[in-house]
Design a protein around this ligand. Structure first.
Ligand code: BES
Ligand code: MN
Ligand code: ZN
Length: 507
C-alpha cells in the first residue's frame, strides 16, 4: 500500500473516503466535528438516531454528506476517551483497514493521526498507521488458483498531519514504516509458504534476491559438504533424516566502515519440523512449516536495514534444514560433536532447533560481533508461558536485554525476559556426553536457552523464543511477521536512528 501525508482539512478532501474517530458517548474528535460543521450537523443528526455510540471498534460508513468533498466518511469508535491508549490506536487502525477492505474504496485519508495518544508522538502514530494498515490488506493467496484479493481494493492512504509539521522526521516515519511493512510481508510470505515450496534452497534464493535488490548485502551459502569440513556435527545431525539438502546462509550488510563490529542475527531455519524419530503427534503438524520463522525474520530485517541504508554493519546467519525421520536420521541416544567441539547426547530429536543454532552461534564468532541475537520458534514451553503476546527473551548481557525490551515497547512488538540462572543448567547433565539436548519438563523455554548459552560464552548474546508470537493458530491462522518490527527497531536504535523513546511502560 502507498502512504503519503496531507495537511488539507477533512471537509475539503476530494477522495473516496475520509476516516475519523468518535469517542464513547458520541464525543466527536476534532476532525469529526469539522465534518459535522461543514455538513450542517448531518453527523450529529445521524449519531443521535443511535447509529454509532463510539464504542471501541464500532464503525459507521456514510455516503454523500452535504458540504463534504469526499464520497464517503467512515466514523470509527475509539471507546471512552479516558481509556484511549496506544493499543487502542492500533486496534482502531486495524478496524479501519478491515472495513475499507470490504468496500470498493481505493484511497482513504485518515484523520486518526490527529488524535492525541498518551506518551506517543506524531512520528509513532504515523509509523504505526503505516504498519498496521498495510498488515490489514495482506493476503497469502499465491497458491490459490482464484485469488482472494478483490478487483478494487485499498491501494493508498493519506495520513493527516498538522500544517506546521517537522518535515524530515515525519517523512521518515512513512519511509521507515513502509520498510518495516514490506519486511513483515516478506517474513509472512516465507513462513506461510509450505515446506514443499519453502525449502532451504528457497531460503537461499530469497537471500540472493535481497542481495540483488541491495548490493550492500553480500550472500554466501555453504552446502552440507562445506559444513562437514568445518565440523558442524550438530546441524548435520538434524539434516540426516531428510532428503532436502541443508544450507548455511549468511547475509552481510555493510552500512559503515568495514572495521565496525556487526550485530549478528541468527535465525532458526527448520523448513519443516516433523520431530524426527521423536515424531510429533499428527494434530496441527502442518503448522511446523513455520519453524523457519526465525530465519524469515532475519532475511526480512536485513532487507529493511538495507532499504533504509542504515549506518551500521549487520550480519544474518541462517542454518536451514528439515527435521525428518528418514532411515539415516539421528536417533535418541546418539551423540554428535558440535562445531565448538562440545559433544551432545540427542535424547529427543524434536529438540532440533538448538542443535542447528548451536553450530550457527559458534560460526557467528568469526564475524567478531558486537552483539548476537538468535531468533527461533524454539519451544512449546514458551507458548505456554507467554502466549501470543510477548516473545521470550533470555541472554547473558543485561545491556543487550534492556535494549531489546525497550525496542519491544517502542515498536509494539513486545518481549518479556525470563531468568537464565545457573540453577537451570544442571537439567542438561548427561552421563554420556558433555550435555544432553533436553532438560526435563520443567522450565522448557529456559533450559533450551541454557543449552544455547553454552555456545555463546564468548559473545554478548540474547535469545528470542518466538514460538508463540510468529504464528496465529486461532482465527486468521497464519504468520504474523513478528519479530521483524522489534528487530528493525533495535537496529535503528543501535545506529542512533531510532525516533521512538521507550514510554517507560514495559507492559
Ligand atoms: N519447533 C518446535 C517448537 C514449537 C512448538 C514451535 C510449538 C511452535 C509451536 C521445537 O523444535 C520443538 O519441537 N521443541 C520441543 C522441545 C522438547 C522436545 C524439549 C517442544 O517444545 O516440545
Ligand atoms: Mn522440534
Ligand atoms: Zn522445531
Amino acid at each position: 500500500m502507498d502512504f503519503s501525508l496531507t495537511t488539507v482539512s477533512p471537509e475539503r478532501q476530494a477522495v473516496p473516503c475520509v476516516v475519523c474517530g468518535v469517542f464513547a458517548k458520541r464525543r466527536l474528535s476534532e476532525a469529526a466535528a469539522r465534518l459535522d460543521h461543514a455538513s450542517r450537523k448531518a453527523i450529529t443528526g445521524l449519531l443521535k438516531r443511535g447509529d454509532l455510540e463510539g464504542r471501541l471498534g464500532q464503525t459507521l460508513l456514510l455516503h454523500d454528506l452535504p458540504g463534504i468533498a469526499a464520497e464517503r466518511v467512515l466514523l470509527v469508535g475509539c471507546g471512552p476517551e479516558e481509556e484511549w491508549n496506544e493499543h487502542k490506536f492500533r486496534e482502531v487502525i486495524a478496524k479501519t483497514g478491515a472495513v475499507l477492505a470490504e468496500t470498493g474504496v481505493t484511497e482513504a485519508v485518515s484523520f486518526l493521526t490527529d488524535l492525541a495518544v498518551p506518551q506517543r508522538d506524531l512520528y509513532w502514530k504515523l509509523r504505526q498507521s503505516v504498519e498496521v494498515a498495510d498488515a490489514t490488506v495482506y493476503r497469502f493467496d499465491r497458491l490459490k488458483s482464484k485469488k482472494d484479493t478483490p478487483e478494487q481494493s485499498l491501494a493508498g492512504m493519506r495520513l493527516s498531519v498538522p500544517s506546521n509539521w517537522e518535515g524530515p522526521k515525519l517523512s521518515r516515519a512513512i519511509i521507515e514504516g513502509q520498510a518495516i511493512a514490506r519486511a513483515v510481508r516478506l517474513a509472512k510470505d516465507l513462513a506461510n509458504l509450505p515446506s514443499n515450496h519453502c525449502t532451504p534452497a528457497h531460503l537461499a534464493a530469497q537471500a540472493k534476491a535481497v542481495q540483488k535488490a541491495h548490493p550492500a548485502v553480500k550472500v554466501r551459502v555453504l552446502n552440507g559438504a562445506q559444513m562437514k569440513r568445518l565440523g558442524m556435527g550438530a546441524l548435520l545431525g538434524v539434516a540426516r533424516g531428510s532428503h532436502e539438502p541443508p544450507l548455511l546462509i549468511t547475509l552481510e550488510y555493510r552500512g559503515t566502515r568495514a572495521s565496525a563490529p556487526p550485530a549478528v542475527l541468527v535465525g532458526k531455519g527448520v523448513t519443516f519440523d516433523s520431530g524426527g524419530i521423536s515424531i510429533k503427534p499428527a494434530a496441527a503438524m502442518d503448522e511446523m512449516k513455520y519453524d523457519m520463522a526465525g530465519a524469515a525474520s532475519v532475511l526480512a530485517t536485513l532487507q529493511a536495514v538495507a532499504e533504509l541504508k542504515s549506518a551500521q554493519n549487520v550480519v544474518g546467519i541462517i542454518p536451514a534444514t528439515e527435521n525428518m525421520p528418514g532411515g539415516s536420521a539421528i536417533k535418541p541416544g546418539d551423540v554428535v560433536t558440535s562445531l565448538s567441539g562440545q559433544t551432545i547426547e540427542v535424547l529427543n530429536t524434536d529438540a532440533e532447533g538448538r542443535l542447528i543454532l548451536c553450530d550457527a552461534l559458534t560460526y557467528a564468532e568469526r564475524f567478531k560481533p558486537e552483539v548476537v541475537i538468535d531468533i527461533a520458534t524454539l519451544t512449546g514451553a514458551c507458548v505456554i508461558a507467554l502466549g501470543a503476546y510477548a516473545s521470550g527473551l533470555l541472554g547473558n548481557d543485561e545491556g543487550l536485554c534492556r535494549s531489546l525490551l525497550a525496542a519491544g515497547t517502542a515498536s509494539g512488538d513486545r518481549v518479556w525476559q525470563l531468568p537464565l540462572w545457573d540453577d537451570y543448567q544442571k537439567a542438561l547433565d548427561s552421563p554420556f556426553a558433555d550435555m544432553a539436548n533436553v532438560g526435563g519438563r520443567e522450565a522448557g523455554a529456559i533450559t533450551a536457552a541454557c543449552f544455547l548459552s553454552r555456545f555463546t560464552k564468548k559473545l554478548k548474546w540474547a535469545h528470542l523464543d518466538i514460538a508463540g508470537t510468529a504464528w496465529r493458530s486461532t482465527n486468521k491462522k497464519g504468520a504474523t511477521g513478528r519479530p521483524v518490527p522489534l528487530l528493525v527497531q533495535f537496529l535503528l536504535d543501535r545506529a542512533g536512528q531510532g525516533e521512538i523513546k521507550g514510554n517507560g511502560d514495559a507492559g
